[in-house]
Design a binder for this molecule. Structure first.
Ligand code: MRU
Length: 343
């Protein structure tokens, strides 16, 4: 399995996704500052993977703290939680994971510093294990939708690299393949950071799943030619009404899918569902640095210097465009989300 994020003897080891597909290098986080910059710079990315990494970041902060009483340690760790929470605003998994770590602080307030530290490490590892289990369960539910011989369009990277392993949208593809179905995945390159071209195409090739890379602006034409049977994407946050925030460009794919009568599915674990947010219009959308748009992979300029640029990292797909949401608990219509996942 692709080792997206690993906790090893008090160090967080990340497969540096900014270097893929050219180089597979490990970025070691030995302090919280390294975790914060790794998340901001997309060394680790994808909603569930960000959550797992942040949880490990909280554990790392606790283990490297020098406080000798639990109250002082708790104050320190709460500051770490704030630093990690300020890294990226859209994926709710980040805040969900930090909340779980804060609960550990609260539940263990009467324990020793040592015990508190080991409970925090345990919780981070549990979040990692549970994420893999949720991806596998989504795969089992979602694979039923995929028929032998189908062509699936995906956007961004919702694979093993975006999770603790196996993936959400790509987990469904993997599971269909494991059931012996012949599938073919079309991948949008996903400008501006190219998660589709660099990461999804790489992951699928590594797994021997047939893949065709297209530029984002080809999706409509490819659908019109009848070459896509199904769209399958991940999510960064799902609001109570079933609106879905995901990588910029997802909305365009959903609109195109509807126009061509193609089912559009979202695969996401319950840690991505935020029923406290009533609709997609309340979801904070991250604005990223403009060099991601004006340069290619931080190098060659492809736009005139000084041009005005927009770079929202995510968009919101309204529930009406979504055929179904695949979760570890089953497949639901968008309007079943609030009722199913309340408390
Ligand atoms: O900016 P990124 O690369 O973190 O954005 C990732 C996505 O939008 C994914 O589709 C989403 O997090 C789902 S990952 C299972």
């Amino acid at each position: 399995m692709i080792p997206t994020v690993e906790w090893k003897e008090g160090v967080i080891r990340l497969l540096d996704q900014t270097q893929l597909p050219g180089r597979t290098t490990i970025f070691e986080c030995k302090d919280v500052a390294a975790v914060v910059s790794a998340i901001r710079e997309l060394k680790v990315r994808g909603a569930p993977a960000i959550g797992v990494t942040a949880a490990m970041g909280v554990a790392l902060g606790a283990c490297s703290a020098t406080e000798t009483d639990v109250l002082a340690l708790t104050k320190n760790v709460l500051c770490v939680c704030d630093q990690l929470a300020a890294t990226r605003p859209t994926a709710v998994n980040l805040f969900w994971a930090i909340e779980r770590m804060k609960n550990v602080l609260w539940k263990n307030r009467d324990r020793t510093v040592r015990e508190m530290q080991s409970q925090l490490v345990e919780e981070a590892l549990a979040i990692q294990r549970e994420d893999i289990a949720m991806c596998k369960a989504m795969g089992r539910h979602g694979a039923g939708i995929v028929k032998d011989g189908q062509h699936i369009l995906t956007h961004c990277n919702a694979g093993a690299l975006a999770t603790a392993g196996y993936g959400t949208a790509l987990g469904v593809c993997r599971a269909a393949r494991e059931q012996g179905k012949n599938i073919h995945v079309f991948v949008d390159e996903t400008r501006p950071v190219l998660q589709g071209a660099r990461l999804t195409a790489w992951e699928l090739l590594e797994d021997g799943i047939p893949v065709t890379l297209i530029t984002d602006n080809m999706a409509g034409a490819v659908m019109r030619q009848g070459r896509i049977d199904l769209c399958m994407v991940g999510a960064d946050r799902i609001a109570a009404n079933g609106d879905v925030a995901n990588k910029i460009g997802t909305y365009s794919v959903a609109v195109l899918a509807k126009a061509h009568g193609i089912p559009f599915y979202v695969a996401a674990p319950s840690s991505t569902i935020d029923i406290m947010t009533s609709s997609g219009s309340s979801i904070a959308i991250e604005e990223r640095p403009i060099h991601e748009v004006t340069t290619l992979h931080g190098g060659t300029w492809i736009a005139p210097k000084g041009v005005h640029v927009l770079n929202p990292a995510f968009d919101v797909t309204p529930a009406e465009y979504i055929t179904g949401i695949i979760t570890e608990r089953g497949i639901f219509a968008p309007d079943q989300i609030a009722e199913t996942f309340k408390g």
